[in-house]
Design a protein around this ligand. Structure first.
Ligand SMILES: [Zn+2]
Ligand SMILES: [Zn+2]
Length: 358
């Protein structure tokens, strides 16, 4: 049987995939974008689960504002942050993109926080996300933005995986994940760990430690926190693939969207899809400094738990944005006038001789 998926990748994953001196692909990837019409098979369990989560969350917001103890709201926010770092710095930047390396204690903490966020185990998360980057905006992309905003947000989880996505996923090299004992431990015990970490403990702790009601404890730090967490990640797949500028590569759907970044702490998505192995959210140092995931990785690097942080040099970024960008690089990168020499010197971790001479 011929392959369902065009084996030509529509995106890069690692430096080794690049074909041009400015780290892109030789082929114009915009010609590969597609979404062939098809009949979806609905997954009713997920549809009812998402309905329950969103209705429960609306009531959770009401309770958080009216009857919850302040400790419960602070606790919910703290868990949300841990989950966001577990997913953002863990399953995304570390395990999917290998944009830095981490020692076992850090990998263990990230694995626990990632489990608390319940978005599939690291192994599956990373496989699907690698497929998303490698076959971005094609039928093999799990949340292909060419199928519309709702599909790329949560619609893709309400229907059965398309055969092209399954086939695309099988083409991804996952050797590094098989070799990581932390990833394999989580994969093996996921269905035992996840219900305890994501649902049971966040509900029991507020009742046990500060006498919160069971309803508040269940609906605020558990259901509302979890629903916000999944919507944050979904918004990067949907809104940041549709609205915004494309200063680095205009042939890609992913865009720079500051509103998505403000809510989701991830949203400079044109930069990310152009240079996915760069551990930073953006080349703008000040915005990196304000991004919790990046702050966390930087802090871990200071204490030696994270190392070999990868960054693309400003020269390559400039070359690339001049060749393939939409001309808005001055708003998003080093040319931003708000970005003074003093700020550059203070926040940049890159040795950039061109700027020192300026
Ligand atoms: Zn994306
Ligand atoms: Zn990514």
């Amino acid at each position: 049987m011929p392959p369902l998926v065009d084996p030509t990748p529509s995106g890069v994953l690692f430096e080794s995939d690049t074909q041009t001196p400015d780290l892109g692909l030789e082929k114009d990837v915009s010609v590969l974008k597609n979404a062939t019409p098809r009949k979806y098979e609905y997954v009713w369990f997920n549809i009812f689960w998402f309905l329950f989560l969103h209705i429960g969350s609306l009531y959770g917001i009401y309770l958080a504002l009216t009857s919850a103890k302040w400790q419960t709201n602070v606790f919910a926010f703290a868990i949300h942050l841990m989950c966001a770092i577990g997913i953002g710095a863990g399953s995304h930047r570390l395990w999917t993109h290998r944009s830095y390396k981490a020692r076992t204690p850090l990998r263990t903490v990230l694995m626990i926080w990632q489990t608390m966020g319940f978005q599939d185990c690291i192994f599956e998360w990373a496989r699907d996300h690698r497929t998303h980057h490698k076959y971005a905006d094609t039928d093999a992309d799990p949340h292909n933005a060419e199928r519309g905003l709702f599909y790329s947000h949560m619609g893709w989880l309400c229907v059965k995986k398309l055969p092209e996505v399954v086939e695309g996923g099988k083409r991804i090299d996952l050797t590094d994940l098989y070799e990581d004992p932390v990833v394999m431990f989580q994969k093996k015990h996921y269905m035992k760990m996840m219900p305890v970490l994501c649902f049971l403990l966040p509900t029991v702790i507020p009742v046990y430690y500060w006498n919160e009601t069971w309803l508040n404890a269940f609906l605020i730090p558990t259901i509302l926190r979890y629903t916000i967490g999944i919507n944050v990640v979904w918004s990067v797949n949907s809104f940041a693939h549709v609205f915004g500028y494309r200063p680095y590569d205009k042939s890609l759907n992913p865009r720079e969207n500051i509103a998505v970044w403000m809510i989701c702490v991830e949203g400079f998505h044109n930069f990310h899809h152009t240079f996915p192995w760069d551990y930073r959210a953006t080349e703008h140092p000040l915005l990196n400094m304000l991004t919790p995931t990046i702050m966390f990785i930087d802090a871990m690097a200071k204490i030696g738990q994270a190392y070999d942080l990868k960054m693309v040099t400003p020269d390559i970024i400039k070359q690339r944005s001049q060749r393939t960008g939409d001309g808005t690089h001055h708003l998003w990168g080093w040319d931003d006038p708000e970005f003074t020499e003093k700020l550059k010197a203070r926040y940049s971790t890159i040795d950039h001789p061109e700027l020192k001479d300026a």
